[in-house]
Design a protein around this ligand. Structure first.
Ligand code: AMP
Length: 216
């Protein structure tokens, strides 16, 4: 199974991708995670990407496309979930080109739909453990001790791009640059729209139904 998880920031792409990965043994390719790791390791890519990411802007296409290309070329025959890529028409076109070269067309693009008010609520309350990666939310999944990870005791992080001004910017960037990619996939008849409000398992089963769980 080769699938793109699409949707605005805060729509639950990362959460659903982790579930699909566990359930079906797919490789999870999350450009946001790869870029954050590059930033924390201060690699050349990380140094280039950091200021864009902190402001909630998109990292230039050539940087992100090179990352995904490398990854797709290295994973062999196993299926994959792309999470947070493509985010522009240029990225979608570049992805098509690589997948044609590899003879691995996409099976589905799953669009997770959540209204904007709920997105702002989800993103602004989000916290993450910088040490073990465990995600939290101040309302729906608070840690037992304020701002401390239940699993490893590290101080939780409020991502720079989950702060109000960057959130507004990310949603604007999504509407202007990323949403048009939906039209690109609709015209190829592989787009599945999913109501992504509800509990995590509920949304996961809507995805499996829409894609056809036998295909995973
Ligand atoms: P995410 O964790 O997917 O919300 O990504 C966090 C940030 O990484 C985004 O706000 C962008 O700055 C950058 N980023 C992630 N994926 C891409 C992409 N496909 N194209 C450009 N920038 C990206």
């Amino acid at each position: 199974m080769r699938v793109v998880l699409f949707g605005p920031p805060g729509s639950g792409k990362g959460t659903q991708a982790s579930l699909l990965k566990e359930k079906y043994g797919l490789v999870h390719i999350a450009t946001g995670d790869i870029l954050r790791e590059a930033v924390s390791n201060k690699t050349e890519v990380g140094l280039k990407a950091k200021s864009y990411m902190d402001r909630g802007e998109l990292v230039p296409d050539d940087v992100v496309i090179a990352i995904v290309k490398d990854k797709l070329q290295s994973i062999g025959e196993v299926g994959f979930i792309l999470d947070g890529f493509p985010r522009t028409i240029a990225q979608a076109e570049a992805l098509d080109k690589v997948l044609v070269e590899l003879g691995k067309p996409l099976d589905a693009v799953v669009n997770l739909q959540v209204d904007e008010e709920e997105l702002v609520r989800r993103l602004s309350g989000r916290r993450v453990c910088p040490s073990c990666g465990e995600p939290y939310h101040v309302d729906s999944k608070p840690p037992k001790i304020d701002e401390v990870c239940d699993k490893c005791g590290a101080a939780l992080l409020h991502r720079e791009d989950d702060k109000p001004e960057a959130i507004r910017n990310r949603l604007r960037v999504y509407r202007e640059q990323t949403e048009p990619v939906l039209g690109y996939y609709a015209s190829k008849s592989i787009l599945k729209n999913i109501d992504a409000v509800g509990d995590i398992e509920q949304v996961a089963s809507r995805i499996a139904n829409a894609v056809g769980s036998d295909k995973f």
